[in-house]
Design a protein around this ligand. Structure first.
Ligand code: ITT
Ligand code: CA
Length: 509
């Protein structure tokens, strides 16, 4: 029996509704499943690595850094993941057997192979930067310094990393990269400071100055308020959209080992086999080979003809006399600029806060003067050093049995030298002393020039602020899903209301 026309139409309309509803339902399910699969797919960790060897005058350290590849140009994303101390002395000490300089790096380079995943090793840049020890060697004997660098190069090329070269960095670079490192780690470079332009008197958060004390040289770097009178001390950076005029100076021969060599060289008498030294604790003795001492570039000014080859240094533990001796190596009598630090070197007025690292930190930390939560005044610091100098060597040795004898025996000298360098050399006083923070690590990374060096050579610090994306990846996905669902719902509602009207018109419902 034939069905009435209205019933037929009603059935076909219902069928269409079901087909379209079913289609939309399947589409929605497919969309949700696809998004869920994409979203929950385990993300491949795209991490990049970089290796820098810091070939210092006293020893070499290897640093491994890592960062997420997609955030390469963001600030504060590079982290130190490993540090390896190379056994033995700095590479410049191998000048008599240059081939051993390269071999000395083996243990740490093997360690690096274990830290950087195999599939990342080929793309991991590897740099070696040598500092003041090699600077001194290249001044005295450039041939030997080239041999040492070749030996290092031959060994580094054996590894599966992307070797980028071994070179002696300048004192200016050392200061600049140390400054970049600490300000990068302190997050000083990226701030949206556009609102500050509405308040001309207000300044953005200022950068920290950097104070680095090595074995053979020391660097001071900061952004001064006034002009930099000497071009040699002036650097200009444009980082993340801001310009920086930076003052820097590296004093070769004023690292703590070379400063001590200067003292020995100046105080040893041509005929005496004994040197009574106030910068060592009473009861401490050490032999110094004076023939080697005067071959050094840093002691050239004190060269004298000697009748002895060895001198025995005997500690007298007298802080005041030690201080007097130390002050003699800072020449403050001549200056051709409006102001100088010492040795005729221009230095603008100190400005802002400073991070003091390397031996500044090692020594002040040992003397318990580096605790940021319990800062000590300059007067307290002087008193602490004075007390340490007056202690007998035997007593000190018993109290610190695990501390390396070389370091322990030199804390009286080192403390006195550091306070003199900061106060008399650079001009810190009781007030500005409070602006110095003695730091070893910042957010897990060592303070030093290596991180800044790598950031610069891998172009990881852009001159201008990278254009920021309006939405994060997660936000983008969420927005797409919600919009799709809304679109489906709207289409459904429109279609249903259309259908309802037509069906009503035709008397189907
Ligand atoms: O920058 P250059 O001048 O090339 O030297 P370096 O890189 O080898 O110098 P470091 O900062 O590693 O060390 C600076 C000095 O501090 C000494 N030193 C290292 N660790 C120390 C510690 O725990 N206590 C005292 N002194 C330490 C080291 O022997 C150096 O004389
Ligand atoms: Ca150093």
């Amino acid at each position: 029996m034939e069905q009435p026309r209205g019933t037929k139409q009603k059935k076909s309309c219902q069928k269409n509704v079901f087909i379209i509803l079913g289609f939309l339902f399947i589409l929605a399910i497919i969309t949700i499943i696809t998004v869920a699969i994409i979203q929950n797919k385990p993300l491949e960790k795209n991490v990049k690595y970089g290796i820098v060897l810091d070939a210092g005058s006293s020893h070499t350290n290897l640093y491994i850094y890592e960062w997420p590849a997609e955030k390469e140009n963001d600030t504060g994303v590079v982290k130190q993941v490993d540090m390896c101390k190379v056994d033995g002395p700095g590479i410049s000490s191998y000048y008599k057997e240059p081939e051993k300089a390269g071999l000395s790096l083996k243990k740490c380079m093997d360690e690096a192979k274990g830290v950087v995943p195999e599939n990342r090793q080929r793309e991991t840049p590897l740099y070696l930067g040598a500092t003041a020890g090699m600077r001194l060697l290249s001044m005295v004997n450039p041939g030997l310094s080239d041999q040492v660098l070749s030996s290092v190069e031959n060994n580094l090329e054996l590894y599966p990393f992307d070797y980028q070269g071994a070179r002696i960095i300048t004192g200016q670079e050392e200061g600049a990269y140390g400054w970049i490192t600490i300000n990068y780690l302190l997050g000083k470079f990226v701030q949206d400071e556009s609102w500050l332009s509405f308040f001309p008197g207000l300044k953005g958060s200022e950068t920290f100055g950097a104070l680095d004390l090595g074995g053979a040289s020391t660097q001071i770097t900061f952004v001064p308020e006034n002009d930099i009178e000497s071009p040699d001390n002036s650097l200009h950076f444009r980082l993340y959209g801001r310009s920086y005029n930076v003052y820097t100076h590296s004093f070769l021969c004023y690292g703590k080992d070379q400063a001590l060599q200067q003292l020995f060289a100046s105080n040893i008498k041509p005929t005496d086999t004994i040197l009574q030294d106030p910068c060592f604790n009473v009861g401490y003795t050490r032999n110094v080979n004076v023939t080697g001492l005067y071959k050094n570039h840093c002691t050239a000014a004190y060269r004298k003809s000697l009748n002895v080859t060895n001198v025995q240094v005997i500690g007298t533990g007298n802080h005041d006399q030690c201080l007097q001796n130390v002050l003699e190596i800072f020449n403050r009598s001549q200056c051709t600029y409006s102001r100088c630090s010492f040795n005729g070197v221009f230095q603008p007025h100190l400005q802002g806060d400073f991070g003091a690292f390397s031996a500044f930190f090692f020594v002040m930390d040992f003397l318990k003067l580096a605790d940021i939560k319990n800062p000590k005044s300059l007067e307290d610091a002087k008193e602490t050093v004075r007390k340490f100098c007056s202690r007998p060597w035997q007593e000190v040795k018993v109290e610190f049995p695990k501390t390396k004898e070389k370091y322990l025996s030199e804390y009286c000298f080192s403390g006195t030298y550091i306070l003199s360098l900061l106060e008399v050399g650079y001009g810190f006083n009781s007030t500005s002393w409070d602006s110095i923070r003695f730091v070893g690590k910042i957010s897990g990374s060592d303070a030093g020039w290596t991180l800044g060096y790598m950031l610069n050579l891998t172009n990881m610090i852009p001159a201008e602020l990278p254009p920021s994306r309006p939405l994060s990846h997660e936000g983008y996905v969420a927005l797409m899903v919600v919009s799709s669902l809304v679109l489906v719902a709207v289409l459904l509602i429109i279609w249903l209301s259309c259908c309802k009207e037509k069906c009503l018109e035709k008397g189907i419902i």
